[in-house]
Design a protein around this ligand. Structure first.
Ligand code: CA
Length: 311
């Protein structure tokens, strides 16, 4: 088995002024990051995450390798946010996939609600579980998946990269089969386009990554394009990895931009007591609303229980 074609597309969408998403499409490494924070902070967080991941070398392999890359990205964003008051509180999601075609594994690490999907034999499967408020409410049976899709707090995430000094990365490893098509995307895709439509669009584009990525972004925009949308697609195909491709795996380290040099000034109000719910493109209001929702659910649950007992 070997890497086949790959493509990545990002778009600001129809409603947002800036694109706070970033992506990497550098076989064997692929990633999507969806930044959040005031002013340009979300953009900076997503770019810092991408830059840290791009430093992966040929020795970076498997689930441990992906996890180490994401932990390092977290450290850099966190330190930058301490050094630069304008970026305080910034964060980003990240979903990264590292392919080891020779060993036959695809390691995926993620934090937040950017997703990884796999199209195999015409069936689209969501590989990652969102670290989001609504995903947790679905898991605990409070919301149905359909209710979650329409929920006003659906973009509130419970885990983010760079908002705390440490991060818990969820990792999984897939044994790929020839013909597998992997999709990484920011939430701007699934909030606008259903999984069935995503699968249909991939098939309609005859699984060609570049055409399919364009088609998915166009579809999200046709539906309103309420958020930035990023799509990365890569396929695995029959055959041996050639020597040339092996060399491709030596990803050159990428210099961070000169503006990202962290100063050594006093740490501004680094708020480590922040609740672990973050919201893309929204301020503390969204966070507070998410917390109030959780509190309301707890209160309603307690009342229901009390009512049940007292009858
Ligand atoms: Ca987003």
């Amino acid at each position: 088995m070997r890497m086949g074609r790959a493509a990545g597309v990002t778009d600001t969408g129809r409603r947002r002024l800036r694109n706070e998403d970033a992506f990497i499409c550098e076989p064997p490494l692929f990633a999507v990051a969806d930044g959040m924070g005031g002013a340009r902070a979300g953009e900076i967080a997503a770019r810092l995450a991408a830059a840290a991941l791009e430093e992966a070398g040929s020795e970076t392999r498997g689930a441990e390798g992906v996890e180490a890359l994401i932990v390092e990205a977290n450290r850099r964003i966190w330190e930058r946010s301490l050094a630069d008051p304008e970026t305080a509180g910034m964060g980003t999601t990240v979903t990264a996939a590292l392919v080891d075609a020779a060993q036959g594994n695809v390691a995926i690490g993620h934090v937040g609600d950017s997703r990884a999907y796999l199209l195999r034999n015409g069936v689209l499967e969501q590989l990652t579980t969102d670290h989001s408020l609504v995903a947790e409410l679905v898991q605990s049976g409070v919301l149905t998946p359909e209710e979650a899709e329409r929920h006003p707090q659906r973009s509130a995430i419970t885990r983010a990269l760079g908002t705390e000094p440490t991060v818990e990365v969820e990792v999984l490893t897939i044994a790929p089969e020839p013909g597998d098509l992997f999709l990484l995307c920011s939430d701007g895709l699934p909030t606008m386009v259903s999984d069935d439509e995503i699968a249909a669009a991939l098939q309609a584009a005859e699984r060609a990554p570049a055409a399919a990525a364009e088609a998915l972004v166009a579809r999200a925009n046709a539906r309103g394009g309420e958020d930035n949308v990023t799509v990365v697609l890569f396929e695995l195909v029959e055959g041996e990895t050639t020597e040339e491709e092996e060399q491709l795996e030596e990803v050159e380290p990428v210099e961070q931009d000169s503006g990202s040099d962290p100063g050594r000034g006093q740490t501004p109000e680094a708020d480590t007591s922040e609740a672990d719910v973050h919201r893309h493109g929204a301020g503390p209001g969204g966070r507070m609303a998410a917390l109030l929702l959780v509190a309301a659910i707890v209160v309603i649950g307690a009342l229901a229980l009390f009512w049940g007992i007292s009858r």
